[in-house]
Design a protein around this ligand. Structure first.
Ligand SMILES: [Fe+2]
Length: 248
């Protein structure tokens, strides 16, 4: 633990752990080496435009924005795959819910294929699946969406590396500079533990917080399984964000 103490919103103090987040250069994840800084970091204060607006409201969302099974489909069709509901709560460092927060998510289809022009995996596109959506948290900090379980996919890192099934998440504050990005995995997936990107995270507890739990109580009978994924924005129990060092 470093000696830096950060105040929480209610004045409580949270100690920062600089060893919790992966180092910038992790050779097992090859492209991290090219992205890692070669020089000492400089502190730049936020500009006014970074700290003000945009703010998001429920009225800006479309009816199907949180339904990946139908938000890209044609002619009344639905996406192919194992249907599921993903839900959870966005929380601050004191476990208080964070309402009115834009949560965005994107994922591969059931075969592990992204709808992206640079996608190189040979798995088929699903004509009825776009792979992205968004929600705004309710007054208790909850979001939810319907989707299909994404497939694992190979990627050009080592000779034969595969990403476990995962969903990418972005959480906005009230300005673009406050965007946080992470990934969600699925409980019980053995592929999590052979992933070079997951392996960059030194603390198993941090990995554990990225794994959604199967929630049998919230399944929809004869329709969809449910997985719960809570997102903690900061503090000792913070979710690990790819673009933010813990405690910052
Ligand atoms: Fe991905």
């Amino acid at each position: 633990m470093s000696g830096i103490i950060l105040p929480g919103a209610d004045g409580m103090l949270f100690q920062r752990d600089r060893d919790w987040h992966p180092p910038a250069d992790t050779p097992g994840y090859k492209s991290s080496t090219f992205r890692a800084p070669r020089h000492s970091l400089l502190a730049l204060g936020p500009t006014r435009s970074e700290m003000t607006g945009p703010t998001f409201g429920h009225e800006k969302l479309g009816e199907l924005d949180n339904d990946l099974i139908r938000n890209f489909s044609q002619d009344g069709n639905e996406a192919i795959g194992q249907r599921m509901i993903v839900y959870g709560q966005v929380l601050d460092e004191n476990a208080r819910p964070v309402p009115d927060t834009l949560v965005e998510y994107w994922q591969a289809n059931a075969g592990g294929r992204y709808r992206h022009k640079k996608e190189g995996y040979l798995a088929a596109l699903d004509p009825n699946f776009g792979g992205f959506g968004r929600s705004i948290t309710d007054e208790n900090g909850f979001y939810h969406f319907r989707t299909v379980k994404p497939g694992a996919y190979p990627w050009p890192n080592g000779g034969n590396d595969w990403r476990p099934a995962h969903i990418h998440f972005s959480v906005f504050g009230h300005a673009f500079a406050q965007r946080l990005i992470t990934q969600m995995y699925f409980e019980g997936d053995p592929m999590i533990w052979q992933c070079p990107i997951v392996a960059t995270i030194p603390d198993k507890a941090a990995i554990d917080q990225l794994i959604a739990r199967l929630d049998r109580h919230n399944t929809t009978p004869m329709d969809a399984l449910a997985y719960r994924f809570d997102i903690v924005l900061r503090g000792r129990r913070s979710t690990m964000f790819e673009n933010k060092l813990e405690g910052n």
